[in-house]
Ligand binder design. Structure first.
Ligand SMILES: *[C@@H]1O[C@H](CO)[C@@H](O)[C@H](O)[C@H]1NC(C)=O
Ligand SMILES: *[C@@H]1O[C@H](CO)[C@@H](O)[C@H](O)[C@H]1NC(C)=O
Ligand SMILES: *[C@@H]1O[C@H](CO)[C@@H](O)[C@H](O)[C@H]1NC(C)=O
Ligand SMILES: *[C@@H]1O[C@H](CO)[C@@H](O)[C@H](O)[C@H]1NC(C)=O
Ligand SMILES: *[C@@H]1O[C@H](CO)[C@@H](O)[C@H](O)[C@H]1NC(C)=O
Ligand SMILES: *[C@@H]1O[C@H](CO)[C@@H](O)[C@H](O)[C@H]1NC(C)=O
Length: 350
């Protein structure tokens, strides 16, 4: 991926430079991206599968709305129908967050998650949160939501043993409130995303509208079940009797087509709850659908050293697709500032 983009860059840069005289800086990024997409549309990385068959008649069933896996009294404490106002929505991003992570959410809102980043391919970002056990945290969340209108909160307690409820709430929310979207991206609140590269990758690989059956992620291929009592993720034999999990996606970057979301949501109330959310949703449920993962690790690996090297290098090198997981907020700001510089590089040289 990296070398591929690098080779064509001189040609692309020339194209962009020729077009620049009419543009102000606000348009540069989007324009540059659309040029990149056209000039490399022949680079198809993966053959998409066919669309899954699903039946959405449950949407007229009030009982389904109250159901979340095995919770029969589910409700949204906060809901923002962010997708409603826009008919040609390219992507929706649901970000797993925790009640107290205000600063992480602000970082995303101020960097890659700004909806004005992409003018030609509109996207929306929502934050998924469970119920805060501390009343003052809940009040702060309500204030935050009053300002930003981007929090989706469920009435289950926010805790790591309840993370699968959060993931399924994301599936449910997209199914109920954002069905017309082209791509769904699931991530965490401590991740840097090169949103420009992400859109380009999706269009180049799967088109402006995916055929269907897409689950694209950094795949964990033969995951063994952690049994050590010291691990936060340790699982007992009663909870999960087998030695290995099915292959599943690292939770910090999962791309899916909407048909996968609907089908996963339908399965979510038919398969017993298992609390390791990534394993359950992107492993067990995906396997049940018979969908194969597309592994991003083969196309683009990222690691701490690469990220650090890029940050230290001059601005003419292609920014990383994602930051590594658990990146701190200062690094996210630094990565973002430099990413903007990269996409504006023509302007600096002008
Ligand atoms: C969808 O499911 C409902 C209820 O199970 C059923 O009545 C209906 O015929 C199904 N529709 C299709 C197209 O299969
Ligand atoms: C729900 O009901 C309405 C009106 O009865 C109907 O037009 C719509 O197609 C139904 N939706 C689904 C998903 O079955
Ligand atoms: C369901 O939840 C609502 C609040 O979300 C609560 O008022 C009600 O008592 C609950 N009902 C049951 C049966 O748990
Ligand atoms: C998960 O959420 C449910 C519903 O709010 C709650 O009853 C349960 O105690 C929570 N579990 C944990 C481990 O927090
Ligand atoms: C849901 O399933 C989990 C796992 O089996 C269980 O621990 C929990 O008590 C169940 N919750 C309800 C409300 O049935
Ligand atoms: C940036 O670095 C590359 C090699 O990594 C070098 O060829 C290029 O001249 C440098 N550009 C600037 C503006 O320093």
């Amino acid at each position: 991926m990296k070398s591929l983009c690098y080779h064509d860059r001189r040609k692309r840069l020339l194209l962009v430079v020729l077009s620049l005289s009419l543009l102000n800086s606000f348009w540069i990024i989007n324009f540059y991206i659309s040029i990149l997409s056209i000039s490399s549309s022949q680079d198809v990385y993966v053959k998409p599968l066919t669309r899954l068959i699903y039946n959405l008649s449950f949407l007229n069933d009030t009982q389904d709305f109250r159901l979340l896996v095995n919770l029969s009294n589910f409700s949204f404490v906060m809901n923002n129908k962010r997708c409603d106002s826009i008919s040609e929505l390219f992507m929706v991003v649901f970000v797993h967050s925790a009640p107290k992570h205000y600063h992480n959410r602000q970082t995303i809102r101020q960097t890659w998650g700004q909806e004005t980043n992409l003018v030609n391919d509109p996207f929306r970002v929502v934050f998924l949160i469970g119920k805060a056990q501390d009343q003052s945290v809940q009040l702060a969340l309500e204030e935050e939501n009053h300002i930003h209108r981007d929090i989706i909160q469920g009435n289950f307690i926010d805790s790591y043993r309840n993370l699968t409820y959060k993931y399924v709430m994301g599936l449910k929310w997209v199914t109920y409130f954002c069905r017309h979207v082209k791509y769904v991206f699931k991530t965490d609140d401590d991740i840097f995303v090169n949103i420009f590269q992400l859109v380009k990758y999706l269009k180049d690989s799967f088109g402006t509208t995916p055929t269907g059956g897409l689950v694209v992620c950094y795949l964990i291929k033969k995951p063994f079940v952690k049994r050590s009592q010291r691990s936060k993720w340790h699982v007992s034999f009663t909870e999960y009797p087998w030695k290995y999990y099915p292959p599943y996606c690292s939770g910090w970057a999962v791309l899916m087509s909407p048909d996968v979301i609907f089908s996963l949501y339908i399965q979510s109330s038919r398969v017993p709850y298992f609390w390791v959310d990534d394993v359950h949703v992107s492993g067990t449920l995906v396997k049940k659908l018979g969908v194969s993962h597309v592994d991003l690790t083969d196309t683009m690996t990222i690691n701490r050293a690469d990220i650090a090297r890029w940050l230290g290098s001059n601005v003419s090198n292609l920014p990383p697709f994602f930051g590594h997981p658990d990146v701190d907020r200062e690094t996210i700001y630094a990565l973002w500032t430099k990413t903007l510089l990269y996409y504006n590089i023509i302007e600096t040289h002008w």
